[in-house]
Design a protein around this ligand. Structure first.
Ligand code: ADP
Length: 966
């Protein structure tokens, strides 16, 4: 319609018609009227004035067609307008008047033109409304399509996971089929052999009958063989039993002998004790005597005041006598007599005083004597005690037959000859044997049930404790909590570091100096007045070195002065040049240690980002003499291996030709690529992963992510150590991030945190007991995102509330969860927070009743341990570290005290739903048992203590082995 109206013939009319509406629009946009004169002014000097005037004054005809003819009258108006400043309305009125004055245009024409114009406007408006409606429609269709795309993408992720499981099953089926095929082939081969031997026979023929008989016989024989085999198996089992019993018997005999021997020693001790008791009695009699003496002396010491009193009384009497004598009998007594009397008295007094002094001295000397003898008594007593202890110890070791020490000596010498221990260690151990040291005696007894390898380690530990107070351990890593944390790796570096430090080791950490770190959490951060140059891409680059402490651990930060600004990217990972960034860092970290002249015992690197350290150390630095350390590599997730084109390895100075080999760094599935994780496995002395179950899983085709063979050939040095958590950082009784602190003994605070979180997230608080289910995770396929989504809806169906804290580096997963978050944005029972927020995570752990972890695979997982520490009961899939730390409440094969959560095996919605339903039933039906479960979980020890001890043992064994080689 609009196009119709705009056909060429109507052009002039349109032009006129549009004047008013354009002007109105311009006015509506509040174009300042002052612009008009200016425009007019310019137009008046313009050669093509009419066109310019129309487009600028009335703003029409973008095509450049003249919609208002230009003539002199226009120019007149322009001139008039030039004189006075006019508004757009005034301008259009002038134009209309001008037209009206034109004889060729009549009033009726004008009216009809206006009507036409109005019609046109109406039509245009209708068309516009229509178009807007269409637009709305298109937009809603677009949204629906987007939702469908999201759905499909989710399903794709789901199907991917299912395909993986199916692929595994398919492999099993194929294996079975192959076995079946093989069996079939064998059968047919056997049949054909038989047929070949006998030809095709008539089943009635005597030969055939004979054959049948033979077959039957054969079958019977086979049966017999089977039963015999079973019996044989029984017999060998019994034999095994018997030999086991024999071993047990001999062990019992040995311990019986030992007990006898100890009993004899004890009897000896008892007799010694008797003599000691006699000595003690004698000594106590002496003490009693001394006590008596002391009492006497005391009494004597108490007497002098009596004497003194007498003396004073006498003195008084004498004074009195003297006074009365002088007063009354002066005349009666001759002065000589009086004098004599006085002298006698004085003598008496002197004697008394002398006696007093003497007794005083006597008392003092007696007290001193007494004190001296008491001291002596104590001294002899402690000496006697020490001696008797020493004697009993010595005599027990002395009494050990000489054969024992000789045997020990032979063992040590054997190990030395077999090069299992170094001459130095052998010397130390021999010395201990010569001195009949109790430690070596005890170590020998304790090591009896161990294998040779473990025995050597136990003995070397003895020598080690004599030589060194602790290990010097250096972690080189890409993350460290809480300063630079993306996931569990950060927690491990700081948690393990602190635990090792507490055990008395010297621990240092080297990190890249990222621009996006939490600088507030570093204490005393300062740049050192030193520049460390490190090699990269054929030249040397300067590195600024910073240091500071993080939660009491000394940390070095490397800031490369490389034009690519490797760690100045606003994020930790996910850059196109990650391989370069982290191989640079690995080289610079080793360079720092080398130039600082450090001599660490252990260099511990983590994940592919610092895996380069292992080949760099042995290929470049050990050759330079920096070779005091053993290398430990921990792979926190075999999903990430950092594989890259082989040529990229050269940048950090590694020899591509030398390393891109199947037995070194070459990727197992792409021969033109190198695999840093494989390199670290090959070049490290100790290789660990983060849980025993995951260590087993990665030794399978599916779990190993292509590294199964490499791990198999390194199985002797590969071990799974379950991570711990930092129990200082994750402690509900001291946590400052949560609203109310609480403990297993007082759970009131937990309920208050639940209420606080509900209010914070605007969730319904109407039902205090309504269970709150939480999930805190990176939203990646590994974590079972489709099951997390399912858990949201299932929680609602079961009558609970759900809170998710997580974010995803995968765009389509992030979008999918954004749309779920939007859907529930004002729901009173579900909240999705799609971000990383450490503080909020603490409150969610504290507030929640249950914690969902439906991972497809999980190397270790920390969230289940943190959740339990905060009394949130985990619901997890039995895989990796989850399998090592969560034990089902209904699993009768596990002792009750270890059952701490709900688990499921099959990674599908049904599996998760079952576990959730069981958890909800438990929560609702038995609140008291649930509370006990919560308290039990909170009291479990997930600290780094025992894991750090395992690492300590691995380190020490490796260091001791290295020393044995030298
Ligand atoms: P992964 O290392 O595979 O990410 P872990 O369970 O080993 O998983 O460790 C995850 C750690 O990261 C935990 O400490 C957890 O609390 C934390 N975390 C994960 N996602 C978030 C998030 N969105 N906000 C805060 N902390 C998070």
């Amino acid at each position: 319609l609009v196009a119709d109206e705009l056909k060429p013939g109507s052009c002039i009319r349109m032009g006129c018609l549009l004047i008013g509406s354009q002007q109105k629009r311009q006015q509506a946009k509040r174009v300042p009227s002052r612009q008009f004169p200016l425009n007019m002014d310019t137009q008046s000097h313009n050669n093509d004035s009419s066109e310019a005037q129309e487009s600028s004054v009335v703003g029409i005809s973008r095509s450049g067609e003249k919609t208002i003819p230009s003539d002199d009258a226009d120019s007149d108006i322009n001139r008039e307008m030039n004189v006075a400043v006019l508004t757009p309305e005034e301008t259009s009125i002038l134009v209309i008047l001008r037209m009206m004055s034109d004889e060729s245009i009549r009033l009726e024409d004008l009216i009809s033109m206006i009507r036409n114009a109005e019609k046109n406007i109406l039509l245009l408006n209708q068309a516009r409304i229509h178009a807007l409606k269409e637009l709305d429609k298109i937009l809603s269709e677009k949204e629906a399509l987007q939702a469908e795309i999201n759905n499909l993408e989710m399903k794709l992720a789901e199907t991917d996971a299912r395909i993986k499981v199916a692929a595994q099953e398919k492999i099993n089926v194929e294996l079975l089929e192959r076995q079946l095929e093989k069996l079939k082939n064998e059968m047919s081969l056997r049949n054909s052999v038989k047929e070949g031997k006998h030809g095709i026979l008539d089943c009635e023929s005597p030969l055939m009958l004979e054959l049948n008989d033979l077959r039957k016989e054969n079958e019977l024989l086979n049966d017999d063989i089977q039963t015999l085999k079973l019996k044989l198996a029984d017999i060998s089992e019994t034999e095994e039993h018997v030999s086991l019993l024999g071993k047990e018997q001999s062990a019992l005999k040995a311990s019986f002998r030992e007990l006898q021997y100890q009993f004899a020693n004890a009897q000896d001790d008892v007799s010694k004790l008797d003599s000691l008791q006699c000595e003690c009695k004698a000594l106590s009699i002496k003490v009693e005597n001394l006590q008596e003496l002391f009492d006497n002396a005391r009494q004597k010491l108490d007497n002098p005041p009596l004497d003194l009193q007498q003396y004073h009384e006498l003195q008084k009497k004498v004074d009195k006598l003297e006074a009365s004598m002088t007063e009354t009998n002066m005349s009666k007594f001759p002065s000589e007599k009086f004098h004599n009397y006085d002298e006698i008295l004085q003598q008496k007094i002197d004697i008394l005083e002398k006696r007093l002094q003497e007794s005083d001295l006597e008392i003092h000397s007696q007290i001193e004597m007494f004190q001296e003898s008491v001291r002596e008594f104590h001294h002899t007593l402690t000496k006697l005690k020490e001696e008797s202890e020493k004697r009993s110890q010595e005599s027990s070791l002395e009494n050990i037959p000489r054969e024992f020490w000789s045997r020990l000596l032979l063992i040590i010498d054997g190990w030395l000859l077999e090069k299992k221990i170094s001459p130095n260690d052998a010397k130390l151990l021999r010395e201990m044997i010569r001195k009949k040291d109790a430690q070596i005696h005890d170590a020998f007894l304790a090591s009896r049930s161990k294998n040779e390898h473990e025995k050597v380690a136990m003995f070397l530990k003895l020598t080690y404790s004599r030589k060194s107070p602790g290990l010097h351990i250096i972690h080189i890593a890409a993350e460290m909590a809480p300063v630079a944390k993306v996931g569990g790796l950060g927690d491990v570096v700081s948690g393990l570091g602190k635990a090792l430090q507490r055990k008395g080791h010297l621990v240092e950490i080297i990190l890249p100096k990222y621009d996006c770190m939490e600088y507030d959490l570093i204490t005393d951060l300062k740049a050192l007045d030193v520049v460390v140059e490190s090699y990269f891409d054929g030249q040397m680059f300067k590195n600024k070195i910073w240091n500071g402490t993080i939660e009491g651990l000394p940390v070095y930060f490397i800031e490369p002065h490389h034009p690519a600004k490797f760690f100045w990217r606003g994020k930790y990972y996910g850059e196109h040049d990650d391989f370069k960034r982290f191989s640079f860092f690995s080289r610079a970290a080793l360079e720092l240690l080398y130039q600082a002249g450090k001599k660490p015992d252990i260099i511990h690197c983590h994940d592919w980002q610092t895996a380069f350290v292992a080949p760099l150390y042995w290929d470049i630095y050990a050759a330079k003499g920096f070779n005091s350390a053993r290398i430990c590599f921990t792979c926190h997730n075999f999903e990430y291996q950092g594989t890259a084109p082989a040529s990229e390895l050269a940048s950090c100075g590694l020899n591509v030709h030398h390393l891109n080999r199947p037995d070194r760094m070459q990727d197992n599935s792409a021969h033109d690529k190198v695999n840093p994780v494989k390199g670290a496995i090959v070049f490290s002395n100790i290789v660990t992963t983060v849980s025993p179950t995951y260590a087993q899983e990665v030794c399978t085709i599916e779990g190993g992510r292509g590294l199964r063979e490499t791990l198999k050939s390194s199985s002797k040095k590969f071990v799974g150590v379950l991570n711990g958590i930092d129990t200082d950082a994750w402690n509900p009784s001291t946590d400052n991030y949560i609203r109310v602190q609480y403990s297993a003994d007082d759970l009131q605070g937990k309920a208050e945190n639940k209420d606080a979180l509900r209010k914070l997230l605007k969730l319904s608080s109407s039902k205090v007991t309504q269970p709150l289910v939480a999930c805190i995770t990176r939203l990646v396929p590994q974590k079972g995102v489709h099951l997390i989504r399912h858990a949201i809806y299932r929680t609602l169906e079961l009558g609970g509330q759900f809170v998710l804290l997580g974010s995803s580096p995968v765009a389509h997963i992030q979008r999918e969860f954004e749309s779920i978050a939007n859907h529930f944005q004002s729901h009173s029972h579900v909240r999705l927070l799609l971000k990383y927020d450490d503080a909020l995570s603490h409150l969610i752990y504290a507030a929640s009743d249950m914690f969902i972890i439906p991972s497809m695979f999980e190397p270790c997982g920390l969230t289940q341990m943190i959740a339990m520490r905060y009394g949130s009961v985990p619901i997890v899939r039995k895989t990796g570290g989850l399998n090592d730390s969560v034990f089902d409440v209904d699993d009768n094969t596990v002792p009750v005290q270890y059952r701490n959560g709900f688990t499921f095996i099959t990674p599908n919605e049904q599996g998760l739903s079952n576990a959730m339903e069981r958890a909800f039933q438990y929560y609702i039906r038995s609140p008291e048992s649930w509370q006990q479960l919560v308290q039990r979980d909170m009291r479990l020890d997930f600290s780094w203590n025992s894991s750090a001890t395992q690492y300590e043992e691995l380190y020490e064994r490796s260091v001791a082995r290295a020393r044995a080689m030298t």
